[in-house]
Design a protein around this ligand. Sequence first.
Ligand SMILES: O=C(O)CCC(=O)C(=O)O
Length: 294
Amino acid sequence: MKTTMQTGANWTGLKGKDSEAMDSVEMTTSAGSKELGFTAAEQHQYKQEGFVVRQGVFSEREVDGFYEGVEEAVETALQLARQGREYVLDGKRFVDFAEYTFQFEPQSDSDRLRVVEPVHTLSDNLAVLLSEQRLLQPMQSILGCSSVGLWTDKLNCKGPGGSGFGWHQDSPYWVHDSDHVDLLPNVMVGFDSFSVENGCFRAIAGSHKKGCLPGRSDGSQLGGFYTDPSVITLADEVLFEVCKGSVIFFDPHLIHGSGQNNSSHARRAMILTFQPAGFPSLKSGETIACPVKE
Ligand SMILES: O=C(O)CCC(=O)C(=O)O
């Protein structure tokens, strides 16, 4: 049975089997809150389910700033992509330039960007998220360490008709570049409201507990990066229908993905992945400190 996260301007709102646990969460607001780290109930949920959602963390005005950041980043990314090395995997066009990877929508003539990684260097309006305490203090709760660094960050732009992401874990992508894939938690910041229609984020609750799972062996180039369907318990699927400005913290082993955008509006989001401080980041190899304020 699918569970659905519902929209609303609060930090929780889980409907279905998790509602009891989430009812006991102490509410704090982003503005003026003293303690932004996870509550005990959130820690528990993250351990059990592999994710925690806080809805409406960023205000309309803040989200407007992110939209400007997306426009700026996309414009620069398209310019850089013209100078890069292009390749196609399973019909998907990628371009590498310097430390950047740009992924385009699969139609062969498409110049529509789908993913830009990393993205924080392409707009100051997006770079602010690297020092955002509403992300960093919960990350500190997850990692249990005093200082936090960046592993990677990417912009996911899903325009009208934009394609979905098949079921996958992030850890198998990173296992060759990091010795601590268990310690690479993600946070997705939704710049638009997420709905089933526009291809919301979705995940298999509890799937992170199984560690790195086998990939598909379907003979395709990217198949190995998608989780073998035989190990996916679809009954535990959660659909994250959340309002804009919401954030979803999730484990690097959590099986997740999203559907196609069947709406007439873009669905934009940024995913930032953190790690304990002092380690190089994935794409540039630089060590990027993200100071947590006590
Ligand atoms: O955009 C989404 O909702 C899913 C993104 C995703 O699965 C990923 O970037 O790893």
